[in-house]
Design a protein around this ligand. Sequence first.
Ligand SMILES: Cc1ncc(COP(=O)(O)O)c(C=O)c1O
Length: 379
Amino acid sequence: MSTAIETIRAQFPIFKRKIFLNSCSQGALSEAVEASLLAHIRSWHEQGSPWDRWVEEYENARTAFARFIGAEQDEVAVVPSASAGINSVASALHFGKRRKIVMGEFEFPTMGQIWLAQRPRGAEVKFLEAKNGRICAECYARAIDEQTLIVPVTQVCFMNGFRSDVASIVKEAHEQGALVMLDGYQDCGTRAIDVKALGVDFYVTGALKYLLCPSGIAFLYVRRDLIRSLTPTVTGWFAQQNPFAFDVKHFEPASTARRFEAGSPPLPNVYCIPAALSLLEGVGYAAVAEHIQTLSCALIDGARSLEIKIKTPLDSVGPLVVLQMKDAEAMVQKMAASNIVVSNRMDGLRVSFHLYNTFNDVEAVLDLLKQNLDLVVHE
Ligand SMILES: Cc1ncc(COP(=O)(O)O)c(C=O)c1O
């Protein structure tokens, strides 16, 4: 293990107890993020209700996240979940001549469910089917037409780790006049991201996985030109131009992306965002991405040599590698009994890598697999 990784890993106490490989579900808790949560608690203990300070921290989180994704802070809404951000956008859209929503079956369920819920409002949802663990850009191209309103795209699929060809999908959608909403939840924190370079109209993500924060905070980026043209009907006082006017009789949405917010911000959680981002930035996003790719490739190679069927496309760069099991739940339990934390979705054993994982972690998983080959599906 290189000294740099050793130093990082030492900042995550979980590794004293477990081999943690489940960042696709919940990122590990660092000492820095713990300290940031305690800073919120301390301010609450010591000052009771320091709202000015808390609002400052909430804006700091917005600014830090905006910088991380290459956006301006007024293009970012701080929301309690990705679902809240998606709902807010959906509530602002009209389903007229353009009424189609084109999305792959690799989306996280919340994405399908929220757009399906718009059907009584006129929306038509078309799902694209996966072939050989992929949904190719050409599939999107064939389905997107002049009636397509929006194309939600998961950057990395939570079920098999497939990485969507975002650039090609954005190009196709925009040529047809459709909007693109990128769901970055299974990627965000594993590499640099530039929403402007990607050209997406919306980017939604939460902080609890590879952004290494607790649940309860997520973000929605809205491309500047779109902000004022959209008026969410899922709304609240924090979405108003001046929440502190306490004006019950007027609805005046903020001129910034804050109009996509609703109620009181998740104050303990906002403290964590700058702490987690500076930890990741300290290592450098290119180094984090390279490290993850190396570990993902090592697991894929090891699983291939054991002739285990791999659900993730072999050219994957991580962070998620999924192996097909006869009984994935039983394999998760076997791993747990050896202090290895992984998860499963359907028949897939999910192993996910982040900056704190090592080749020894990969070896530990491969050893356990070798001892339990009766539970795996072979090639
Ligand atoms: C790709 C993806 N999108 C969205 C979500 C869930 O979003 P939220 O619970 O914040 O609404 C998840 C959670 O696992 C996810 O993996």
